[in-house]
Design a protein around this ligand. Structure first.
Ligand SMILES: [Mg+2]
Length: 318
């Protein structure tokens, strides 16, 4: 199977929203009038972002999901993507499973693959996504104001627990808890509908890839403010309940890979946010507030400071 056969067999489907899709030197794309394109690229490298023995179908899902999560964070609607793959060999079973996972999520989220590249090399997956967001309405990191409430979707910490177990650390989790944590790590759900419904409601937003405390610090930095989180209101995964409290704090506040949304909104909008949670069938938790100052503090339910060993993942940390 050469490169062109590989693309034709696994990654070529008829163009839908694109003016021209896979097969020419470039794809041709036209956003609808009044729309800006939100564009993001991400790279997943074997040994760094996933383990060598990961299920290729889950990998196809996750590689796209983490990029869609960035579109969700901007309030954008998925439109187009490109895929660059470095593969150690053209393994037909592996490619079929990867494409199955990729396309199942692509079709469910309305994103169209319009081009890409394949080459031989250490397994690396790079996906670029583009989504549409009405001009003037994207959710930015820079809009938070002192007094705003801080909200988080879903639950936190389960994916980070699965990473620890796969790295060989002993956590007391029963089989069903471990299965839940593995599912959260391998098959994250990008919060696309939530992101789009937060336009006009949230003042700032981002997706949680590296851990709540570290990621919220980006909103604080861009918005020139600080934040205080209340540990007693953090939606820690119920699967962590049997673990020691400091470890639960580490996983839910500083563990990565949750791909939930964190956003800020004036307190006067909290009733609308609770209605939105009902409408989406997705828990939305108010976990703290934005304050004058800088940085992110965490308090327990009794206003005592919570300290964490590590605040978030940094690829270039020594
Ligand atoms: Mg992001």
């Amino acid at each position: 199977m050469n490169e062109f056969e590989l693309i034709a067999r696994y990654f070529q489907r008829p163009a839908k929203r694109a003016l021209l899709g896979v097969g020419d030197d470039c794809a041709l794309l036209a956003p609808r009038p009044g729309m800006a394109l939100a564009v993001s690229v991400d790279m997943l490298v074997e040994g760094r972002h996933f383990f060598a023995d990961v299920d290729p179908e889950a990998l196809g899902h996750k590689a796209l999901a983490v990029n869609l999560s960035d579109l969700a964070a901007m309030g954008a609607q998925p439109a187009w993507c490109t895929l660059a793959l470095a593969l150690p060999r053209a393994d037909a079973d592996w490619l079929a499973a990867f494409a199955r996972g990729f396309y199942a999520l692509a079709e469910a989220s309305g994103i169209e693959l319009v081009g890409g590249d394949t080459t031989r090399g250490p397994l690396t997956i790079s996906i670029q996504v583009a989504g549409e967001v009405p001009l003037g309405q994207p959710l930015l990191r820079s809009g938070a104001q002192p007094g705003d409430e801080v909200w988080v979707s879903g639950e936190l910490g389960a994916a980070a627990a699965a990473v620890m177990v796969r790295q060989g650390q002993q956590l007391v989790l029963d089989a069903s808890a471990m299965a839940h944590c593995a599912e959260r790590l391998d098959r994250p759900t990008p919060r696309l509908e939530l992101g789009q419904r937060l336009r006009g409601l949230a003042t700032a937003a981002l997706d949680l890839s590296d851990g709540l405390v570290g990621d919220l610090a980006h909103i604080c930095e861009r918005s020139s403010c600080g934040a205080v989180l209340d540990w007693s209101r953090i939606p820690r995964s119920p699967m962590l309940a049997g673990l020691p409290e400091p470890l639960q704090q580490q996983l839910a506040l500083a563990g990565g890979d949750d791909y939930e949304l964190c956003f800020t909104a004036p307190a006067a909008r909290s009733a609308r946010i609770r209605e939105l949670a009902q409408a989406l069938g997705l828990p939305l938790s108010c976990v703290g507030r934005i304050e004058v100052g800088s940085g992110v503090r965490v308090e327990d339910g009794r206003a005592q400071a919570v300290t964490l060993a590590q605040h978030g993942y940094d690829h270039f940390a020594a």
